[in-house]
Design a protein around this ligand. Structure first.
Ligand code: PMP
Ligand code: GLU
Length: 414
């Protein structure tokens, strides 16, 4: 019998995609599932982006494009990063466009790490998005979790970071606003973390790089300003900023992500990504490149309207969650997730006879018996084990129906 590689046999499939697929399969079978599992905006892609792609197809832009994007689009991404994020010195040459932020992350980590490298630690604050650890490990990295708690809004402290850095540390992964926690670092907190990285780079960990995923940067509603850590001069040239169009522009299906880093190192990194992508996907579809320019230059009003809708949904779901006895929930400030603690229900039994012992059994019974899909917190790291992730990238009616079902389900546990 032919065999599969160890790499894919040991690879954990994306739990968020798997649970979303299960919820959709149940819906197809006629079970009315409230799908709180997937981090995917329910809005339409803004018209200027759609029109730009349509025009490009009609104009015959249907052939291969330059590997990491054409100069015009890379320059538009760079201008956005300089204008909105304060990334000084970033030009189109410091930008690589790929098939989604997930792919950008894959390319960046594969360009930074080596298999079986003794000095390939990826410092990963947890709970963290389901793909960071598998992608880091595929690239040969060793994941070192930095666990956090609800008391700190799931944020690492400078002291915690300082204590975790060793000569083996190569990458610090940051994600702000956070999936799954729905919280974000303040500018001062990021400045304090940047100072720790800068100091470590001068002493114990000269090769340490920050990889920051800012895909939720525009979905903020808690009064905290989003700061790009790459704008802080002392770490600017050792910060790779990852972003994409999936979330803020409701363009998940278009598969657009990008990575950027200034300076000489940034240029070298882009050459590495160019070589890798050239052997992987060649390029993103050519007719999507004009849509990226349209999204970044012409869709400010649309993204702001979506942000306002997410802010209303955040208030609604937080109020409803806070009214459910036993559920403890930090207030969301960014992204579109709440991450409540459901451990008060562990040790109970559902009406259908399921023993609720952890976030996995809670999530399974909630789906099977109340038809609400959430993601068990343990999927985001062991310190998330008391929690579940509830995505509110859905309508207010769906939020009310789903939270009502969660309230009835939790009240029925004995
Ligand atoms: N980063 C985070 C934190 C996410 O939640 C997602 C959602 N899929 C991604 C990256 C990847 O997004 P995409 O590949 O659709 O750009
Ligand atoms: N990032 C989204 C989520 O966490 C989409 C699914 C995925 O790519 O993991 O639900």
């Amino acid at each position: 019998m032919p065999r599969l590689s160890t790499r894919v046999r040991s690879l954990k499939p994306s739990a968020t995609l798997a649970i979303a697929a299960k919820a959709k399969a149940l819906t197809r079978q006629g079970v009315p599932v409230v799908n709180f599992s997937l981090g995917e905006p329910d809005f339409e892609t803004p018209a200027p982006a759609r029109r730009a792609a349509e025009r490009a197809i009609e104009a015959g832009q249907t052939h291969y494009a330059p590997t990491i994007g054409d100069p015009e689009t890379r320059a538009v991404v760079a201008e956005k990063l300089v204008r909105e994020n304060g990334l000084r010195g970033v030009t189109g040459d410091h930008v690589a466009i790929s098939s989604g932020a997930k792919h950008s992350l894959y390319l960046v980590l594969h360009s930074l790490l080596d298999p079986r490298d003794d000095a390939g630690d990826v410092l990963l604050p947890t709970p963290s998005w389901v793909s960071y650890a598998p992608i880091s490990e595929l690239a040969g990295g060793r994941v070192v979790e930095l666990p956090t708690t609800p008391e700190s809004d799931f944020k690492i402290s400078p002291a915690q970071l300082r204590a975790a850095i060793t000569p083996r540390s190569r990458v610090l992964m940051l994600n702000t606003p956070s999936n799954p926690c729905g919280t974000m670092y303040t500018p001062d907190e990021l400045r304090a973390l940047a100072a720790v990285v800068a100091e470590a780079a001068r002493t114990v960990a000269p090769e340490l790089i920050i990889v920051v995923d800012e895909i939720y940067e525009k979905i903020v509603f808690g009064g905290i300003e989003h700061l790009s850590i790459g704008s802080i001069p002392e770490v600017a040239e050792r910060t790779v900023t990852i972003n994409g169009l999936s979330k803020a522009f409701a363009m998940t299906g278009w598969r657009v992500g990008y990575a950027a880093c200034p300076g000489e190192f940034g240029l070298a990194l882009m050459r590495g990504i160019d070589a890798l992508q050239g052997q992987m996907t060649s390029c993103i579809p050519a007719f999507i490149l004009p849509a990226i320019r349209a999204a970044l230059k012409e869709c400010g009003a649309e993204t702001e309207a979506m942000r306002e809708a997410f802010a209303r949904r955040a208030r609604l779901i937080y109020d409803l969650a806070s009214g459910i006895p036993g559920l403890r929930c930090p207030r969301p400030t960014g992204a579109f997730y709440i991450f409540p603690d459901v451990s008060a229900f562990f040790g109970k039994t559902s009406p259908g006879g399921a023993a609720i012992t952890d976030s996995l059994s809670f999530g399974a019974a909630l789906l099977n018996e109340a038809h609400v899909a959430v993601v068990p917190g343990v999927e985001f790291g062991s310190c998330g084990g008391d929690h579940v992730r509830v995505s509110f990238a859905c309508s207010e009616e769906t939020i009310k129906a789903g939270m009502g079902a969660i309230a009835r389900f939790t009240a029925s546990l004995r």
